[in-house]
Design a protein around this ligand. Sequence first.
Ligand SMILES: [Zn+2]
Length: 180
Amino acid sequence: MGTESLQVQVVRRAEDIYTPPPGEAPDAWDHVPPAERIILVMEQMSQRTWPRPAPEIAGQVLARIDAGRWTAQCPACDSAQAVTPVDPRMWCVECQPDTWIGVRFPENPEAAEATVADKPAAARFWWADDDPEAWTKPPASPPPEPTEKARRVQEQQDSRPPDPAPEEPPAEEPAEEGGA
Ligand SMILES: [Zn+2]
């Protein structure tokens, strides 16, 4: 067994999450395409054979990094499941549609992973710039909305454009963790 299999994933993928049950060899599902392994998990859990979708891919959803995992959300029922850039398809095990849905990953998934690598796993979030509903986006404490009254006062007395809100740089404290 290669040591590279011991490497810790920055962001876990479908193949890291949907794995054979204890008692089976860790590589027992290696012959199954990663996007299909969730079906094996469901079969294990329910102790019955599950249907398989047709091989066609219809539609597309966006991949996101959600708490350290690559996930996608079913457009029909909103269920999320783990996905993988090496097999960018999703079949919702809740709705069990007739076909696969394509999953759009960024061109360079590793670069997206690198943007979250310095955070603890539970705080690793990423979404595409054009993701219309970044439902996984943690609240970023938006600036408070001016009240209607404040806006009127502003309009009355302000002859110059309002100052842009200052952008606060992320806190960068020197790492001092008690020495080496
Ligand atoms: Zn669904």
